[in-house]
Design a protein around this ligand. Structure first.
Ligand code: GDD
Ligand code: MG
Length: 348
């Protein structure tokens, strides 16, 4: 295939139809890629990152709570840019790719829409074309590969084996599937229709078994999966620390980022790093931070303490409540530190 200088006219499929079970109850009412990352829906940040890197159209597959994505993009004049492709029943990652991409003629990108990464998409795409691969899987090294797809990589970059979520001692390497792929359209015809298919458990091992060229491309830079409570909090720590280059909203002040119309009452302490969204109110003698991200209009009660915690818009943290490693959902009310109402995840 011809080698291109840059990525142009490339479509990207977003896989955004999972149940988001590991982030329940937060994602009971929300598709996982819609969770806010530093006060902006992750899907928006992922889409704009793709646009900046040359992606021209997004085919966003959705199932669980798909109407949240529809309502989010509705009326914003983005129909040319992002199309929503619905699944009545979850089709699995492979079925979703097949359903969305059938008819595409050029190699296209695929993203697990819960992955936060600074991967160079043009470099990934060029590598794919140079190798003439059927699929190229972006890879990243991790210390414990067992919760991921793990590869055995030949020196020339060919993947000899792909094993999804192996036992730790059976993982063939520390290189994992980063959840970003380039697919050649010819692969679509090997994905069976009419039932759920997992690319990780079925398609990738099948292609390798059949001798088709499946390549791995180690990406440099930041990588994490925000789909677990630990991952979600880690992504926020990494953003606040500047390890993940995600722009923060607000102006720099006192070692944090402060939005408009913020009220900080007498005796309250802001311990950097922190983010206060527009219209936040921090009560008397409360402590916010370190590692606290408050969404717009969040209210923090008197003497409350929040660290290593992300609070989504309009939530209320009551007087005297102490939160550590918590994620508080939209509009949730945390009355005491043992509150575990829907939308509140305390000490995850
Ligand atoms: N449309 C659609 N339909 N999307 C789906 C479906 C489905 O039936 N099932 C899952 N998805 C989407 C999820 O919404 C998510 O964005 C993505 O596919 C991956 O699913 P996860 O549930 O987050 O998978 P994982 O994190 O356990 O593992 C995957 O990601 C790892 C990297 O983070 C695998 O691809 C691993 O191999 C990989 O290492
Ligand atoms: Mg995931």
């Amino acid at each position: 295939p011809p080698v291109r200088e840059e990525v142009s006219l490339v479509d990207a499929v977003f896989l955004a139809g999972g149940q988001g079970t590991r982030l329940h109850p937060l994602t009971e009412t929300l598709p996982k890629p819609m969770v806010p990352v530093a006060n902006q829906p992750w899907l928006d940040r992922l889409a704009s990152g793709c646009r900046a890197q040359g992606v021209t159209r997004i085919l966003c597959t959705a199932c669980h709570r798909w109407e949240v994505i529809r309502d989010h993009f509705h009326g914003r004049g983005l129909d040319e840019w992002i199309s929503l492709i619905l699944e009545a029943e979850p089709l699995g990652t492979g079925g979703a790719i097949r359903n969305a991409a059938m008819g595409l003629k050029e190699p296209f990108l695929v993203f697990n829409a819960d992955v936060v990464s600074s991967a160079d998409l043009a470099a990934l795409y060029r590598f794919h074309l140079e190798k003439g691969a059927a699929v190229t899987i972006a890879l990243t090294p991790v210390s414990d590969p067992s919760p991921y797809g793990v590869v055995d990589l030949a020196p020339d970059g060919r993947i000899r084996r792909f094993v999804e979520k192996p036992r730790r001692e059976e993982a063939p390497s520390n290189y994992i599937n980063a959840g970003i792929y380039v697919f050649d359209p010819r692969v679509l015809s090997v994905i069976p229709g009419g039932r759920a298919v997992s690319v990780e458990r079925e398609t990738f091992p099948g292609l390798i078994e059949a001798g088709l060229p499946v390549y791995g491309f180690p990406v440099v830079g930041y990588w994490n999966d925000l789909g677990t409570p630990a991952g979600y909090l880690q992504v926020h720590r990494d953003i606040l620390q500047g390890r993940a280059t995600i722009p923060l909203l607000g102006v720099r002040q006192g070692g944090g980022w402060v939005g408009e119309g913020v009220t900080v009452e007498r005796g309250a302490r802001l311990v950097p790093p922190f983010v206060l969204g527009d219209g936040c109110r921090v009560g008397k003698a409360a402590q916010v931070g370190p590692w606290a991200v408050l969404g717009p209009r969040v209210r923090v009660g008197e003497r409350a303490r929040l660290q290593d915690t992300v609070v989504w818009a309009d939530a209320i943290v009551g007087d005297g409540v102490s939160l550590d490693r918590a994620v508080v959902g939209y509009g949730a009310v945390v009355e005491d530190e043992r509150t575990a109402a829907v939308g509140v995840m305390v000490r995850c």
